[in-house]
Design a protein around this ligand. Structure first.
Ligand SMILES: [Zn+2]
Length: 436
C-alpha cells in the first residue's frame, strides 16, 4: 500500500479536494481519505507532492498511432488527396517494426501530455493480429494503458492490407480479445471502420461481437459531408438514422466524429445511449466542419475526446482537445457562455472511461490508479485561484511533472522513464528516412 497527496486533488464528482490523500493497492485506488485520519503506519507510506495538483490521467478515445510517422507529409491537403496520396501511400510501406516504432512515438508524446489511456483504432491488419500485437507491445513497453479498437474493414478501394472477409475480421478480433482478456492494461474491442469502408454485414458482425464479448464497439460516422450525402443516396436515410433503422445504433456503439448530424439524429443518439468520441483538432485540420457539441450535451450524449491520428492534428494532447472543443462552440454560437471548462475536463477524463467501458479517468475508489501531477508553480498555472479553468484553457505541457499509470511512475520531471526519448527519435528517423 502507498498513499499519495498533493496541495489539491482533482475529482470530477467532488471538485477539488484539499487535505486529502488516496491509497493505491495493486494498481487501483482503494480509497480517498483525509490525511488527518491516516494511522501512523499509513502516514509512513505517504508520498506528498509539494506545490502540486493531482488530476486523473487523461483519456484519448481516438487515435491511429502509425499516422504519427506521417506528420508533415499529409498537411494542407484536401481529404481525398490526404487519404489517397499520403495516408494510403505510406501505410502500404510500413513493416511490423515500423508500426511498433510509430506506436512508441505516438504514445510517448501522449505520456508527456498526461495521457494515461489511449484507444488506438488500428486497421493495418494484414489479415491477422501481428501488427496489432506490435501496437500493444509498444504501449506495454512504455507502461501505458491501451484499448486496441481492432478494425473490421472490407471495402476493396483501400490497400489490401486493411481488408478482411467478415469471417476473418470476426475470428481475428475475437482471438485478440481473448489473448488479453485477463490483462488489466490491455483491452480489445471491435471497430467496424465506417459506413464507407465496412459493409452492412461487417458492421452488424461488429455489433454482435461487441455484445458477445461485453465490450463497446467504435466506428467512424459522418466525418465529412460527402459521407452523409453518400449514405442518404444509397439508403434513403442520413448516417445515424440509417444506423438506427438497421438496429446498429445501441448503447455499445461509440461513434467517432459525427460532424454532419441533424436534430433527429442527435435525439436518436441520445435515445439509444450511443456515445461520441469527438476530435475537434482533426476535424479542423481536415476542414470537416463543427460537430454540434452543445446540442449533444443538452441531449445527454456521453462525449469523450480524441486526438485522432498524428497526421490530421498534428499534436497529441487531450488538454488541447478540451480547449478546442470549448472554443469552437463559443465561436460557432458567437456566445462565450455555451461551454464550461468543468464539462470539458470531464470529457477528457471520466467520459473517456465511459466510452471505453473502463474504470478510469477519476480519482475515486475502485478506479485505476492513473494520475498526473501538475506543477502549480508553472507560469501557465498562475494565478492559482481557479484550477479547472487553468487546466483547460491555460496549461502548457511544461506544467506536467509526473505521470503514474496503475500506480507506477512512467514520467518524471517531464521525461519518460520507461523508454529513453532519444531511442524513440532514432526509431522514427530510421523508419521515415528516404520519405519525400
Ligand atoms: Zn479516425
Amino acid at each position: 500500500m502507498t498513499f499519495y497527496t498533493a496541495d489539491s486533488i482533482y475529482t470530477s464528482g467532488q471538485g477539488v479536494l484539499t487535505g486529502y490523500s488516496f491509497e493505491v493497492l495493486d494498481g487501483v485506488i482503494a480509497r480517498l481519505i483525509p490525511i488527518a485520519e491516516l494511522t501512523p503506519e499509513e502516514k509512513k507510506t505517504l508520498i506528498s507532492f509539494k506545490d502540486s495538483l493531482i488530476i486523473p490521467g487523461l483519456v484519448n478515445t481516438h487515435n491511429h498511432s502509425f499516422q504519427s510517422l506521417l506528420k508533415g507529409f499529409c498537411d494542407d491537403k484536401g481529404f481525398f488527396d490526404w487519404r489517397d496520396n499520403a495516408l494510403y501511400k505510406y501505410a502500404n510501406t510500413l513493416t511490423e517494426e515500423d508500426i511498433y516504432n510509430g506506436a512508441l512515438f505516438a504514445f510517448g508524446e501522449m505520456l508527456l501530455q498526461g495521457i494515461t489511456t489511449v484507444c488506438d483504432f488500428f486497421y493495418i491488419n494484414d489479415q491477422d493480429n501481428r501488427n496489432a500485437q506490435a501496437v500493444i507491445r509498444a504501449a506495454r513497453d512504455l507502461g501505458m494503458r491501451i484499448t486496441l479498437a481492432r478494425t473490421m474493414y472490407d471495402w476493396d478501394g483501400a490497400p489490401r492490407r486493411f481488408q478482411e472477409t467478415v469471417d476473418q475480421a470476426v475470428s481475428n478480433t475475437r482471438e485478440l480479445f481473448q489473448a488479453f482478456e485477463s490483462d488489466p492494461m490491455v483491452f480489445v474491442l471491435p471497430a467496424p471502420h465506417s459506413l464507407h469502408a465496412a459493409s452492412p454485414v461487417m458492421i452488424k458482425a461488429g455489433r454482435d461481437l461487441a455484445k458477445e464479448l461485453g465490450t463497446k464497439f467504435h466506428m467512424h460516422v459522418a466525418e465529412g459531408e460527402y459521407e452523409r450525402q453518400m449514405i442518404q443516396e444509397k439508403h434513403g436515410h442520413p448516417p445515424v438514422k440509417y444506423l438506427a433503422e438497421t438496429g446498429i445504433l445501441n448503447e455499445d456503439l461509440v461513434m467517432v466524429h459525427c460532424v454532419w448530424l441533424d436534430d433527429e439524429e442527435i435525439q436518436l443518439m441520445a435515445d439509444c445511449q450511443s456515445g461520441l468520441s469527438y476530435n475537434p483538432s482533426s476535424n479542423m485540420f481536415l476542414g470537416d466542419g463543427i460537430t454540434r457539441i452543445r446540442e449533444m450535451e443538452e441531449a445527454g450524449v456521453v462525449i469523450s475526446l480524441g486526438t485522432d491520428g498524428g497526421c490530421s492534428n498534428n499534436r497529441a494532447s487531450i488538454i488541447e482537445e478540451m480547449r478546442m472543443t470549448s472554443l469552437l462552440q463559443k465561436v460557432k454560437w458567437c456566445d462565450s457562455t455555451v461551454t464550461m471548462a468543468e464539462s470539458m475536463f470531464t470529457m477528457g477524463t471520466l467520459n473517456g472511461g465511459l466510452n471505453l467501458n473502463q474504470s478510469i479517468g477519476q480519482i475515486q475508489s475502485g478506479f485505476a490508479a492513473d494520475f498526473v501531477v501538475v506543477d502549480l508553480n508553472d507560469l501557465s498555472m498562475q494565478p492559482r485561484q481557479n484550477m479547472t479553468k487553468n487546466l483547460v484553457y491555460s496549461l502548457q505541457p511544461s506544467a506536467f511533472q509526473s505521470v503514474y499509470i496503475a500506480g507506477a511512475p512512467v514520467v518524471e520531471k517531464g521525461h519518460i522513464l520507461t523508454i529513453a526519448e532519444e531511442k524513440i527519435v532514432e526509431k522514427v528517423q530510421k523508419t521515415t528516412q528516404g520519405w519525400r
